[in-house]
Design a protein around this ligand. Sequence first.
Ligand code: SPD
Length: 281
Amino acid sequence: MELWFSEKHTENIQFQIKLEKQLFSGESDFQRIDVFQTIDFGKMLVLDGVIMTTERDEFIYHEMITHVPMAVNPDIKKILVIGAGDGGTVNQLIKYDSIERIDVVEIDKMVVDVCKEFFPMASSFDDERVRLFYADGLRYIRTVQNEYDLIIVDSTDPFGPGEGLFTKEFYGNCYKALNADGILVNQHESPFYEGDAMAMRRAHQRICSVFEVARVYQLHIPTYPSGHWLFGFASKKHLPEPRAERWNMLGIQTKYYNTNLHKGCFMLPTYVTNMLKSVEK
Ligand code: SPD
């Protein structure tokens, strides 16, 4: 008998992936957590029926959410990561010797525990620069001021536990929690299917109303709806230009990110540019 996982991407479209077996299934206080062994994508983490990450394509998401801001400002030292319980984002950040502190605020301890068991990238939480807090990112950020060089919002989609991380209140508090050099990078949904595109436009509008600089960049993630995904880049003063020579001197090993791609990923298709413009003032 064949075993398949299906995720509904729209009312009429489903994505299916063939499984070898189920490795874990559990219900936390916040969500249902599943880990599957797939045939072609290695292990796969699924929260409330939505694919979060797979061993085969995680590098695209996690390299792009980390190395883009790090190449814009290689002097970043203090970082707040919100969400990211699978450890993939921190696993990229610990490649930088220059980073002094990585505070991770993840709402769901069970996600971290399960990922530590099944995903080697979650061992990055053991790095001595990492402080892991099990808390709601929306509440945590209210308590911080002028503290971080970089905030990375590696959240779920804007429903369920991740909903508050797409609000104007949250972005405003991120602004306050950043210092004058601060950069915010967030998981920004997809422009392709209307439901995702609506969330994407709303997030952009809210971020634009708070930050002096608000741009969007693209990447491709085979296991996400339509495969076309966006991240947001916002800051108080930095434009998203890479300090290419300096970053390349660091000798950081990547499989997807490079400083040429960095320049290109901010060049968006016309329909995406138009969507973004439609909500910019
Ligand atoms: N539609 C899925 C969006 C999930 C984004 N977060 C993934 C977490 C990877 N660290």
